[in-house]
Design a protein around this ligand. Structure first.
Ligand SMILES: [Cu+2]
Length: 315
């Protein structure tokens, strides 16, 4: 029972919150119970025959046992399992972008963070964000999975199976959330020194909350002449990061437009607090080895605090 308590939670394939995860969970249960029954039956047979202490079997008797127990039985079991898996397959098949009414969310794996682009009607993307995916409850969401540098793997255990992200290729995956909540999705393919610090959060919301959130994202944040924003411009952060409403528009690093509303910073590396944002800016390399952002420990402490306060307030 104590061990079973570990099966629930925001990153567990054994606590499904989506249709595809439920199908995989069902397959898992059938395999565990089926395997358990076979094991018990063989063990019972073994004990039974060991107790009997009969004379050795004739060759004909032994051959019959091999034919039934070693050929017929496994063939039937494997055929049944294959039939079940083939029957299950259409349920976990990806939708083509044309089938998915809502357009497809483009997710790109980068060392060591996730670029996320939401679709607009005109085939462009409506807005870009990073390290957090929000989804409306009950609607199938199709993901176009890409990578820029090395192979990463996209896996939201609570919602479905995993799919590799391969440079130069687009893989498609469709997931349908059936429960609201916040889930964790780790990168599932070793991709470099900070692979273990490469996760994103998935927030499944009621449709009306989702619409409010995406409208906020499209609007971005007004470019008010606040001190924090001016410091971000002055220290050159916008060479890499985009902050919609400000020029220039960098694109090689996570979009910071509404970073204050995210669950975590640094792709799941730290809780999202102004103190942690300051820590990250001062020295990303001490939080994520190999991170592709230089340390900014030469920037005055008061400037970093001001920037962190400003970014934390972008909700
Ligand atoms: Cu990765």
């Amino acid at each position: 029972m104590l061990l079973l308590a570990g099966c629930s939670g925001r990153q567990s394939a054994l606590d499904p919150a989506g249709e595809e995860a439920e199908a995989i969970y069902g397959l898992f249960i059938v395999l565990v119970i089926g395997g358990g029954v076979v094991w018990l039956a063989v063990t019972a047979l073994f004990i039974h025959s060991a107790r009997q202490r009969q004379a050795p079997w004739t060759a004909e008797h032994a051959n019959r046992l091999i034919a039934w127990g070693g050929v017929a039985f496994p063939s039937v079991v494997l055929l049944l399992l294959l039939g079940y898996a083939v029957w299950l397959m259409p349920a976990i098949r990806p939708w083509t972008p044309a089938e998915a009414r809502t357009g497809a969310i483009e997710v790109t794996g980068e060392q060591f963070w996730w670029r996320i682009r939401y679709p607009a009607l005109n085939g462009q993307y409506a807005f870009e964000t990073a390290n957090e995916i929000r989804l409306p409850l009950g609607r199938p969401a199709t993901f176009l999975l890409k990578a820029t540098d090395v192979i990463h793997s996209f896996w939201i255990p609570s919602l479905g199976g995993k799919m590799d992200m391969i440079p130069g290729r687009t893989n498609i995956l469709t997931l349908t959330p059936t429960r609201t909540g916040i889930f964790r999705a780790p990168c599932a393919e070793f991709c470099g020194a900070s692979h273990a610090y490469m996760a994103f959060s998935v927030v499944v919301m009621e449709e009306s909350d989702f619409d409010t959130w995406s409208r906020r994202q499209v609007e971005g944040h007004p470019a008010t002449p606040e001190k924090g924003r001016l410091l971000i411009q002055r220290h050159g952060c916008l060479g890499c990061h985009a902050l919609r409403g400000s020029e220039p528009r960098g694109g090689t690093a996570p979009d910071l437009t509404l970073i204050g509303a995210r669950q975590s910073i640094g792709a799941g590396a730290l809780a999202n607090t102004p103190d942690n944002i300051a820590r990250f800016i001062r020295s990303p390399s001490s939080i994520k080895p190999g991170a592709k952002m230089p340390d900014f420990d030469m920037v005055p402490e008061s400037d970093i605090a001001e920037i962190a306060r400003y970014l934390g307030g972008l909700k």
